[in-house]
Design a protein around this ligand. Structure first.
Ligand code: GRF
Length: 216
């Protein structure tokens, strides 16, 4: 059975969505661990409620990001992790981390990438004035929010939106597209060739989620 790890730094609602999909049997995998880089965060509370092991790796204990990441990679390898899901993880993963899990690290970003990568995405979206935003699940490469795109959802932006209202509208879809992408991976349906991701047998012809949701 495939083993999943989630890395989070905050509230942990995407972690919970993935974990619940696994615990309910919708995703045929195990959540091996939640790794956090901060204490007293919602993600830890959720892990405890769900009975999932969590580990706090204290960034202050390491002289560089590479050394911090190499400790995390060691934990992930020790636990036999097949897929790493970044879910509200605030650190940029270093190149050796990416190389240790080629095509096996996913992230979710709450915009239609490649638009509005990086920090404060909803603020940037509202400032720019686009009428459609969304969310993207992608593989992680060595850039920031630049990796191959697996699935995207388009979500309308209203003239009265604040970053909070927009974030809330998008988050509901995040909780569906992230578990879906994980399920496709676990079921061996994702083909990666260069920047191009193909979900085998998926429906690429309908909005708002492309490819279409099947299980969530
Ligand atoms: C989500 O909006 C995600 O797209 C972004 O950070 C937020 C994390 O939320 N990367 P949560 O911690 O999963 O609730």
């Amino acid at each position: 059975m495939k083993r999943i790890a989630v890395l989070a730094s905050g509230r942990g609602s995407n972690f919970e969505a993935i974990a619940r999909a696994v615990l309910s049997g919708k995703i045929n995998a195990e959540v091996a661990v939640l790794i956090v880089d901060r204490k007293n965060i919602g993600a830890i509370e959720r892990a405890e409620k769900l009975g999932i092991n969590w580990v706090f790796v204290d960034p202050n204990g390491f002289p560089s990001r590479e050394e911090y990441d190499s400790r995390i990679v060691a934990i992930l390898k020790y636990l036999g992790v097949d897929l790493v899901c970044l879910a509200g993880y605030k650190k940029i993963v270093s190149a050796p981390f990416v190389d240790a899990f080629p095509g096996r690290i996913m992230n979710i970003h709450p915009t239609l990438l490649p638009s509005f990568p990086g920090l404060k995405p909803h603020e940037k979206v509202l400032k720019y004035g686009v009428n459609v935003s969304g969310a993207t699940v992608h593989f992680v490469d060595k850039g920031v929010d630049t990796g191959p795109i697996i699935v995207q959802v388009a979500v309308p932006v209203s003239p009265d939106d604040t970053p909070e209202t927009l974030s809330e509208r998008i988050l509901r879809y995040e909780h569906r597209i992230y578990p879906q992408a994980v399920k496709w991976f676990v079921d061996g349906r994702i083909e990666l060739s260069g920047r191009k991701v193909i979900v085998k047998g998926a429906d690429y012809s309908s909005l708002p989620v492309v490819p279409a949701l099947e299980d969530f």
